[in-house]
Design a protein around this ligand. Structure first.
Ligand SMILES: [Zn+2]
Ligand SMILES: [Zn+2]
Length: 333
């Protein structure tokens, strides 16, 4: 048994790339179960993204497009691929990196350094928009006003809106954000567990990147990793199941309104951020937090539903749901 296992490992390690048949395979692609080399992985990965972009007409020549840049892996890969494809295939898009500085002393130093490196490496201009620009308050100032206990509410709400608000501040046509398949699959699973059909329908093409802290996500993550061990395609299958679910329920989707104050997508008159800001500016920072009724009649934390907004609609882009669906549905690894 042990010898067999060793032999199997040896053949796996020394097998040739299934695409070029020249280099040694470096990884097994979950999507196809093919053993391929590094170079071939890059090239199929980039080709597939290019195909999704062209098939769905995601960009037009002359457009200004912001890439949400956090300094993390997902957004770094996105910046790299888009700037490369833009050059190779002449999209004629004016890409730039959009970073948010929350104004927490010390907190963004490392990630902003990474983003600044990306700016140089990929030749993309960098725009850093601060919470001060967006909301008139830095996160440090908010914490000072509200104390450490409740600032998570602000953090979550303000972060969820920051990229969209930053994008509209910079008057871009579109905003793109990078997410990995694991995170999207987790979100699908969480929405199934919560029985949140409306959100399930949206989560495969809209992901906020920041989630309110909850214990379930940890479980979902572990569960997905276990599934993947048994069946490498499991992550992609879960994402697909989320997409299929949406199609079946799309006719019953509630319509999203916009905030009267800032124009951000909101199910209430005022979005949650505007409610919180109003409280802050009036010296009543606890307004809108917890279970007390919010001034716009929304019941406490239900004032705005996290993750229910479209990344693209807030920056003046008329993006049809069908197109968004195809977009996210086809990008996989
Ligand atoms: Zn190869
Ligand atoms: Zn608002």
């Amino acid at each position: 048994m042990a010898t067999m296992e060793k032999a199997r490992r040896r053949t796996t390690a020394s097998s040739l790339c299934a695409i070029c048949n020249q280099n040694k395979a470096a990884l097994k692609r979950p999507k196809t179960a093919q053993q391929i080399c590094r170079e071939c992985f890059y090239s199929v990965f980039e080709d597939e993204i290019h195909n999704v972009i062209t098939e769905n007409n995601l960009f037009k020549s002359g457009e200004r497009v912001a890439i949400g840049a956090s300094g993390g892996k997902d957004s770094t890969v996105l910046a790299y691929v888009l700037s490369k494809l833009n050059h190779v295939h002449n999209y004629g898009v004016e890409f730039f990196l959009l970073s948010i500085d929350e104004g927490i002393s010390g907190y963004r130093d490392d990630s902003l350094e990474t983003v600044k490196r990306n700016e140089i490496q990929y030749g993309l201009p960098l725009k850093i928009v601060s919470y001060k620009d967006l909301y008139g308050w830095t996160m440090d100032e908010i914490v000072k006003a509200i104390g450490l206990k409740n600032n998570c509410t602000f953090c979550g709400v303000f972060r969820r809106q920051a990229l969209d608000r930053g994008a509209s501040l910079l008057k871009v046509d579109k905003l793109v954000t990078g997410h990995n398949a694991d995170d999207i699959a987790e979100t699908v699973l969480l929405n199934i567990l919560r029985g949140d059909i409306a959100r399930l329908g949206r989560c495969t093409y809209i992901t906020t990147g920041i989630y309110s802290p909850n214990a379930y996500r940890g479980f979902a993550r572990e569960f997905i990793k276990d599934l993947e061990r048994i069946r490498p395609r499991a992550i992609l299958d879960i994402i697909k199941s989320g997409e299929n679910f949406r199609i079946a329920t799309s006719t019953k989707m509630p319509e999203q309104g916009t905030c009267e104050r800032c124009g951000y997508i909101s199910s209430q008159e005022w979005c949650k951020a505007c409610v919180l800001l109003d409280g802050l500016n009036r010296g009543l920072p606890k307004l809108g937090i917890g279970r007390t009724k919010t001034i716009n009649g929304g019941g406490g934390s239900g004032g705005v539903k996290p993750g229910t907004k479209s990344r693209l609609s807030n920056v003046g882009m008329k993006e049809s749901r069908t197109r968004s669906r195809q977009y996210s549905g086809s990008v996989d690894f």
